[in-house]
Design a binder for this molecule. Sequence first.
Ligand code: HEC
Length: 156
Amino acid sequence: MKSMKWKIFATLVVGLGLAGCDSAQTAVQAGAGETTVERRQDPAQVARGKAVYENYCLECHGDAGRGQAGDWRVRDADGHFPPPPLDDSAHAWHHPTADLLAIIREGSPQGQGKMPAWQGRLSETEMQDVVAYIKSLWSDEVYALWSELEQQSLEP
Ligand code: HEC
């Protein structure tokens, strides 16, 4: 299951001809004309998610998910990655909903990083709401690309 998702991710990256996240903007713009995706977002849910975000996530992931000053790809003195932006400037949008929820629930893999696990501290609904808010921070183009990835991840 896990490796399957990575394969999908790899396909998407190759498909777009992305060398890395730096070129993401260009690729996104190049693909923009071809994809139109209707956003299925409930404004009430997004508003609830924003409140959750501001209470629990903003201190690390920054205002409107813009991250912190400095490069989120450079490890800190302890060898951990800083909190990345969650808007469309980093790679949160490379994850299908189920993976975003798993990251939020479980935190950094094997407790090896500084993302806290929120299971037991946030309800499942609050986690879903905050994911809806994060998606609302993405441009239409990025949302469209994410949406393709989401579809592929849901195929059997
Ligand atoms: C104490 C700081 C801190 C707080 C508070 C925090 N995070 Fe994080 N988060 C991180 C770090 C650090 C990472 C990178 C994880 C790693 O390298 O293992 C991360 C990673 C993530 C990712 C993966 C992003 C990607 O591009 O793959 C998501 C999604 C995320 N956080 C969501 C949240 C949400 C939602 C909240 C609030 C409920 C939250 N975080 C609160 C520090 C934090």
